[in-house]
Design a protein around this ligand. Structure first.
Ligand code: UD1
Ligand code: UDP
Length: 363
């Protein structure tokens, strides 16, 4: 019987941990799951909504670290996670994704000699100004086992000198959650609530510091949105960082003046899935949303200069458009005109069975 701690901290961690915990409960003779929530995210609609929608048990431990600078937040997670590992003595700790909680908990484990595995290893944007890129590179250097979502990730790890025995290509864990919730999402009433009919709207998410912390970049994106929203309504569930920056950068009046751009609160998993899966177009800078739209065949424009998920552009429906307003508008209009090719393939092993492959490798 293996005791396994799974760490959640920020919104995109819940959809990666839920299928693992569900699989461990199914395989109860082999695994005892414990869930530790660092509290990096804490608003109801950034945490509890996902625990509810994904059927996760209430976390066994809540570390309550909250927001802070990178150093303060990473240090707080480390200080509060260390006693947990010392007292629980897990056989494995699973960290997922690329947020500060991921690196902090991996670092605690390696210093204590506790075995740690990284789920969603090997992704690289090659942009070290991105905080997540630092978290990815460092977590992959120190974790004992690296579970990759795609073959390009294996190659990235080998190029960094990581021996192949530490690398396991298992597929994309987020897609386990996507497939398990797809039929339930059909019951969501979110489009009725927002008074939308199928495919007559676009959906946008935006929260990368390079987009929303930079006045000129954010203002340029708003210029592009103004033109796109004149043609199709854009529903914008607004991340708390972005909401804060809109105020800090004095952009509230400008954004509220854009007709057709509708800011709403962040949505839970089921409502958001229902919303974007019926959209004509998705605009995003999210990592996870690039993957989910690829699997469902929804045209996706990524407002970034790079992606750590190149398979979504090679096989999927994702296009990297950058942040130049003219390019964003041209790409959006091409997609709305139907001139964007949306033939797509689901990448290998993005099949809903990644959690079991991970557990097989741990046992
Ligand atoms: C974090 C991750 C990012 C991930 C994103 C997912 C890091 C470095 N960044 O970015 O990789 O894509 O989560 O959503 O780990 N805030 C709230 N309520 C909350 C959470 C945050 O109001 O529940 C506000 C606070 O003002 C906070 C700010 O958002 O300072 C940023 O939060 P933080 O966790 O530091 O980074 P994110 O931008 O959310
Ligand atoms: N998501 C959601 N509600 C929203 C916005 C996003 O449920 O209002 C989901 C989305 O479907 C995906 C995950 O949150 O599963 C992505 O998280 P986020 O964009 O915060 O982080 P990233 O993937 O960029 O690290």
């Amino acid at each position: 019987m293996l005791k396994v701690i799974s760490v959640v901290g920020a919104r995109p961690n819940f959809m990666k941990v839920a299928p693992l915990v569900e699989a461990m409960k199914r395989r109860e003779l082999e695994f005892t799951p414990l869930v530790v929530h660092t509290g990096q995210h804490y608003d109801w609609n950034m945490t509890d909504a996902f625990i509810r929608d994904l059927g996760l048990p209430k976390p066994d431990l809540f570390l309550n670290v909250g927001s802070g600078s990178h150093a303060a937040q990473t240090a707080a997670v480390m200080e509060r996670f260390e006693p947990v590992v010392l007292s629980e003595k897990p056989d494995w700790v699973l960290v997922v994704g690329d947020v500060n909680s991921t690196l902090a908990c991996a670092l605690v484990c390696v210093k204590l000699g506790a075995k740690v595995a990284h789920v969603e290893a090997g992704l690289r944007s090659r942009d070290r100004t991105m905080p997540e890129e630092i978290n990815r590179v460092l977590t992959d250097q120190i974790a004992d086992l690296l579970f990759t979502p795609s073959r390009d990730a294996d190659e990235n790890l080998r190029a960094e000198g990581i021996p192949h025995e530490r690398i396991r290509f298992v597929g994309n864990i987020m897609i386990d959650s996507l497939f398990s919730q797809l039929s339930r999402s059909k019951e969501s009433r979110i489009r009725e609530t927002l008074e939308l009919s199928s495919r007559d709207y676009a959906v946008m998410t935006l929260h990368r510091p390079s987009n929303v912390d930079e006045q000129d970049t954010f203002a340029g994106i708003l210029d592009a949105l103004e033109e796109i929203a004149a043609r199709i309504p854009i529903i914008f569930p607004t991340h708390p960082r972005t909401r804060q920056r809109i105020t800090d950068l004095g952009l509230r009046e400008r954004i509220e003046g854009i007709r057709g751009l509708r800011l709403i609160q962040p949505l839970g998993y089921i409502d958001f899935l229902n919303l974007y899966s019926h959209a004509q177009l998705v605009l995003t800078d999210s990592g996870g949303v690039q993957e989910e739209t690829t699997v469902l065949g929804i045209p996706c424009l990524t407002l970034r200069e790079n992606t750590e998920r190149p398979i979504t552009t090679e096989l999927g429906t994702n296009t990297i458009v950058g942040t130049d307003p003219l390019k964003i508008v041209a790409a959006a209009f091409a997609a709305l005109d139907g001139s964007k090719d949306v033939t797509h393939q689901v990448p290998p092993l993005w099949d809903g069975h990644t959690a079991d492959r991970i557990l097989d490798a741990l046992s």
